[in-house]
Design a protein around this ligand. Structure first.
Ligand code: THU
Length: 136
């Protein structure tokens, strides 16, 4: 993806930050997921008093998109109140389930950005191919 489009996607991730519900960690995260047919789904982190029930911004966006019929994704931009936020291990696994070639963009829409491929972030992933008789 070209830098201009990456910055536009990051700007959408920054917009989603305002909905983050992070009263416990105070660490707000927003993201924007670009589907194969050009739609954008945003997400934020949603924490819980029972900490383990927290949902990360990335999974919020992915689950929103999948629940509306999308399974083909091109890029995911992540914004947070740290310089370059990257997806946690659980989110990497969820990303890999649907898209083994996802571009992940992190940084600020008006500043330094970094791009990674999910394969760099989750090498040697456990995927459906290991499960005999799988039915997607
Ligand atoms: N978090 C995300 O939403 N995405 C990430 O990529 C990293 C972590 C959230 C989970 C929790 O609400 C807070 O950030 C601190 O871990």
């Amino acid at each position: 993806m070209d830098v201009k489009r990456a910055r536009q996607l990051l700007a959408r991730a920054e917009d989603a930050l305002k909905y983050a519900y992070a009263p416990y960690s105070k660490f707000k995260v927003g993201c924007a997921l670009l589907t194969g047919d050009g739609e954008i789904y945003t997400g934020c982190n949603i924490e819980n008093a029972s900490y383990g029930a927290t949902n990360c911004a990335e999974r919020t966006a992915i689950f929103k998109a999948v629940s509306e019929g999308h399974r083909n994704f091109v890029a995911l931009a992540i914004a947070g109140n740290a310089s370059h936020v990257l997806p946690c291990g659980i989110c990497r696994q969820v990303i890999m389930e649907f898209c083994s070639d996802l571009e992940i963009i992190t940084g600020r829409s008006d500043g330094d950005i970094k791009c990674f491929n999910i394969r760099e972030l989750l090498p040697h992933a456990f995927t459906a191919q290991y499960i005999p008789g799988r039915d997607g």
